[in-house]
Design a protein around this ligand. Sequence first.
Ligand code: SAH
Length: 355
Amino acid sequence: MSQKNFFDFNFESLKLFLNEELNIEEKKIPMRSKQIWQSVYKKGSFEINNLTTFPLELRSKLEDLISLQRPKIEKTQTSSDGTIKWLIKLFDGNEVECVYIPEKTRATLCISSQVGCTLNCRFCHTGTQRLVKNLSFAEIVNQVMIAKEQINDWDEQRKITNIVLMGMGEPFYNYDNVKTAVEILKDKEGLNYGAKKITVSTAGIANKIPEAATEIGTYLALSLHAPTDNIREMIMPINKKFKIKDLIEQCKYYSSVVKEKITLEYVMLRGVNDSMECAKQLVKLMAQFPCKVNLIEFNPWPGVQYLPTEREEMEKFGKVIQDAGYVATIRRSRGQDILGACGQLRTESEKKKAL
Ligand code: SAH
């Protein structure tokens, strides 16, 4: 039979596979599966041969059955602020980006869920790249594995404290793979990121939010970016399908299940959504469910038609929200010089035309 790639298994399917393929007592399968799982995801060991808990004979059998190959890094770019962006080449030749953002007391890894995107938000660089494909859960998790390997992030030396699905693509349009990837990220015997260390960001696929509340359960960020349907529709075509009212209802539900505030992301576009009137409308909207707002500096990219709001104006906008009693933070832009900041990711992958 042909070799399987380890990363295509979740824990359950790994057990099933070993049960079918390894000629060992059935009751030992969970233990053996756990040993491999821990060695890869906890210790970052990518050699079956290093699995010293396995008898030699079993190791060599396993080597025939399973490969631990990972996609390769095509390009590494390091920003003057320490942010690192990796361009990763997947086995099928498509390319995807992920970004490591170190701060004083924590470090965030921003990963992608799709190659390209269907949404076409006017201010987002990824939106200019048509959707090429949904990433498999293995391709999502492997971005984390690759980053960890690069910065030696294993055992006690863990540096990545938070993971955000805020890279390329819309996570809720690749729901099943995102769900399985998050399960793997959370697994205590493996990567062990708590649900509250992971944030899934959505442009507002309202009908997926309830499922995500019970099945994914991480922090949720909603890319709101406008307080009214009129403005939102101009900058985010997805608003034609899912209106702000729907989003509020679903976010209300999400926060009641997960018992955390929703983070509203609000990229500030000069003259578009940054008036004091907008701030007041946003306050009214925020009164309807537990949330806080993250004001995002607009990051330009080649060919874009928008300009960033001046810093001073952003602060004034934030103050209106704070004075109303809500949390508003301003997200500092990171990695702009390497096109690694929010909304700047894009790769050269194109959808192959059907022959
Ligand atoms: N599709 C999901 C995941 C992408 S997250 C979502 O929309 O939430 C990327 C975040 O960066 C989103 O909030 C997005 O709206 C924001 N963003 C996109 N382009 C940007 C830009 N040029 N400058 C700053 N933020 C941007």
